[in-house]
Design a protein around this ligand. Structure first.
Ligand code: NAG
Length: 206
């Protein structure tokens, strides 16, 4: 009698154990499992990326990895500057981003500090709207660095300006940052310069 009771007890313990085993065995994915799988895939992705491209991002090195661009995309805080305010962003103050402008549109070129910052080969574009110089290409003539487009072939000018704007907008490291507004122009039209891109320019404007 006593023995039977014991086997009954053993039996019920066994059954309970089986119940526990089957209930855990066919349980659904837990959150932890999902995290493990995603983690594993990320690790595999990183490993393959390193293997094939020696980078963790399949060779991508553009502005979407730039923390400043991500913040800008998140906040969408486009600037609205006057030409005087724009001067502050010429790269002289390392705390400020570097901006250049083309016909009222401002571009963030901070990534290119070596090019657009102090002593860079194109530092003359920074902190101002040089729409005219972008059209004429006359970089050795200081009065070309203006948004003043008077006297130029307007169709040519707009064509050039649009394509330069597109260049900075679609650049892997630069982006459109907002607008700059100018006071009305009071100076004389800049004198014609030797037009580097369009040989006909000089003839048409004299
Ligand atoms: C930019 O600022 C000027 C002056 O503060 C304002 O008149 C204008 O509406 C603003 N433009 C935009 C697009 O916010």
């Amino acid at each position: 009698m006593k023995k039977k009771k014991k086997t009954d007890l053993q039996q019920s313990i066994m059954e309970e154990k089986n119940d526990i085993e089957t209930s855990t065995g066919d349980s659904k994915f837990t959150l932890l499992d999902v995290i493990r799988i995603i983690g594993g895939l990320l690790l595999l992705n990183a490993f393959l990326s390193w293997w094939f491209t020696s980078t963790g991002t399949w060779g991508y090195d553009g502005k979407w990895l730039d923390i400043r661009y991500l913040q800008f995309q998140l906040r969408r805080d486009y600037v609205n500057l006057t030409s005087d305010e724009l001067k502050l962003y010429n790269g002289k103050n390392p705390k400020y981003p570097i901006y250049l402008a083309i016909n009222g549109k401002v571009y963030d070129v901070t990534y290119g500090r070596d090019i657009y910052g102090p002593n860079g080969p194109y530092e003359f574009f920074s902190g101002r709207d040089s729409a005219r110089a972008f059209v004429t290409g006359c970089f050795d003539k200081p009065d070309e660095f203006t948004h003043d487009l008077r006297g130029l072939d307007q169709e040519e000018a707009m064509h050039d300006i649009t394509s330069w704007q597109r260049f900075f907008e679609n650049h892997p490291h630069y982006w459109y940052a907002g607008i700059v507004t100018h006071k009305p122009i009071e100076k004389d039209i800049p004198s014609p310069c030797e037009h580097k891109k369009f040989p006909g320019y000089h003839v048409r404007n004299t």
